[in-house]
Design a binder for this molecule. Structure first.
Ligand SMILES: Nc1ncnc2c1ncn2[C@@H]1O[C@H](COP(=O)(O)OP(=O)(O)OP(=O)(O)O)[C@@H](O)[C@H]1O
Length: 351
C-alpha cells in the first residue's frame, strides 16, 4: 500500500431504514495519520455510517476498501481483524473488574486447556499505556477510576486488539473540560504514532482544534469535505444545518418576575440506593432562562425526570406556581403547565 492509498475508503454507501435513507451514497476517505471529523446534526446519519464501518450494519449499496483492498465487514470481529476499533460513547466496561480483566475479556483462547497469562497481559497494557501517554494503571478496578480514565481503557482495548484505525463516537460528551484537553493530546499522540482516527462530533470548537479534515453530512448525504485549516466554525455550521447561522445573540437583560418552579432539597436514589440527586435546590422565575451546567451523568437527566414526573423522588418538594407536584404523574405535571423537550427525541419524544 503506498502512502496515498486511504486506510479506509467508503464508496457510495447507502443504508435505508423504513421510511428513511439514513446514508445516501456516502463516499469518504481516511488517510494514515489523519484525524477526520465527521460532522452532522442529530439524525444526520453519522452513527449509522460508523456502525457500517464497524460491522454492526450492512449497507444496501456501496463498497468499502481497507488499505486498498475491497472488504466485507459483516461483524465487529471482522472489523477488529481489519484493524478497526471503536471507542463507544457509552463505555462497555464491567465495573468490579480490573482494567486488565476488562481489556482481555472476550479474547480468551479458544483451545481447551489454554490459559491467558495475566501477567503478560498486564505488561502489554502497561507498554501500550506508556507508548500513547494514557497513564492507565492495569490493576485498577473500573469503579475506582474516573470517567476520563475509563475512556482511556476503551482506547486501550482497541489498541490491545491491534487497531490502527480508531473511531471515536462523540467522545467528549462525558468529559470535563480538563479531560477534553487530555483526550486531545492523546489523539494527537495516536496519529503521531501512525494511527488514523475518525471523530464523530457536532462540536465545532473541537473540530477546529484537533481535526485535519472535516466531512459534513446532512440528512444522510455528504455536503462537503474540507481541510480544517481552510475553513472556520461559521462555514462548518452553515454547511451542517443548511442555512446561515449567527453565533451572536442580541439579548436584553431579563426582568425575572414571580417564582414559577421551586425545587427544594430534592433527593432521589437509583436502584443501587446511591443518591443521584442529593438535596438539590433551584428556583426558576417567570421570564428567565435557567441554564444547568454539568458533565453527562451528574444528575441532569434525573432532575428533568423528577420535575416532569417520570422519576420518583425520595424526599424534597417540587412546586409549580405554588402547587405541589412532587411525585405526581406526568399528566398531572403537564396539566400544571410544564412541558418537556427531551434530549433524545427518538427515544423519549413523540414526533
Ligand atoms: N436502527 C434503526 N432503525 C430505524 N431508523 C434508524 C435506525 N438507526 C438510525 N435510524 C434513523 O436514521 C437516521 C440517521 O440516524 P443516526 O443515528 O445515524 O444519526 P446521527 O447523525 O448519528 O445522529 P445522533 O447524533 O443523534 O446519533 C435517523 O433519522 C434515525 O432515526
Amino acid at each position: 500500500m503506498d502512502a496515498a492509498t486511504p486506510v479506509v475508503e467508503l464508496k457510495q454507501i447507502t443504508k435505508r431504514f423504513p421510511g428513511i435513507v439514513a446514508n445516501d451514497s456516502i463516499s469518504l476517505k481516511l488517510h494514515k495519520g489523519e484525524i477526520l471529523a465527521l460532522l452532522g446534526e442529530n439524525g444526520a446519519g453519522k452513527s449509522t455510517l460508523m456502525n457500517i464501518v464497524f460491522g454492526l450494519y450492512q449497507p444496501e449499496e456501496g463498497s468499502i476498501e481497507v488499505k486498498g483492498k475491497p472488504v466485507v465487514i459483516d461483524s465487529p470481529n471482522k472489523a477488529i481483524e481489519l484493524g478497526i476499533g471503536m471507542v463507544h460513547q457509552h463505555f462497555k466496561l464491567v465495573q468490579p473488574f480490573t482494567v486488565t480483566e476488562n481489556i482481555i475479556l472476550g479474547m480468551e483462547p479458544k483451545k481447551m486447556g489454554a490459559r491467558i497469562d495475566y501477567k503478560t497481559s498486564v505488561a502489554k497494557i502497561k507498554q501500550l499505556s506508556d507508548q500513547y501517554g494514557l497513564k492507565v494503571n492495569p490493576n485498577a478496578k473500573i469503579h475506582d477510576i474516573s470517567v476520563g480514565m475509563q475512556q482511556r481503557v476503551e482506547i486501550l482495548k482497541t489498541l490491545y486488539r491491534g487497531a490502527d484505525i480508531l473511531i471515536f463516537d462523540e467522545p467528549t460528551a462525558v468529559l470535563t473540560p480538563q479531560e477534553i484537553g487530555e483526550l486531545m493530546v492523546i489523539m494527537k499522540r495516536l496519529v503521531a504514532e501512525g494511527k488514523s482516527i475518525i471523530l464523530i462530533t457536532h462540536k465545532l470548537k473541537e473540530i477546529m482544534q484537533i481535526s485535519d479534515t472535516v466531512t459534513i453530512i446532512r440528512r444522510g448525504k455528504v455536503i462537503d469535505t474540507l481541510k480544517t485549516a481552510e475553513t472556520n466554525p461559521n462555514e462548518l455550521a452553515e454547511k451542517m444545518v443548511g442555512r446561515s447561522v449567527t453565533f451572536k445573540v442580541d439579548k436584553q437583560a431579563s426582568v425575572p418576575k414571580e417564582i414559577v418552579l421551586d425545587v427544594k432539597n430534592l433527593v432521589s436514589k437509583n436502584k443501587e440506593g446511591i443518591s443521584v440527586l442529593s438535596g438539590l435546590n433551584l428556583q426558576v422565575r417567570a421570564g428567565e432562562i435557567l441554564g444547568i451546567a454539568g458533565v453527562d451523568g451528574n444528575g441532569q437527566s434525573e432532575l428533568i425526570e423528577a420535575i416532569t414526573g417520570l422519576r420518583k423522588v425520595d424526599s424534597g418538594i417540587i412546586e409549580v406556581r405554588g402547587k405541589d407536584t412532587t411525585n405526581k404523574n406526568p399528566r398531572h405535571v403537564t396539566e400544571s403547565g410544564v412541558s418537556h423537550i427531551p434530549e433524545d427525541r427518538h427515544k423519549h419524544g413523540w414526533y
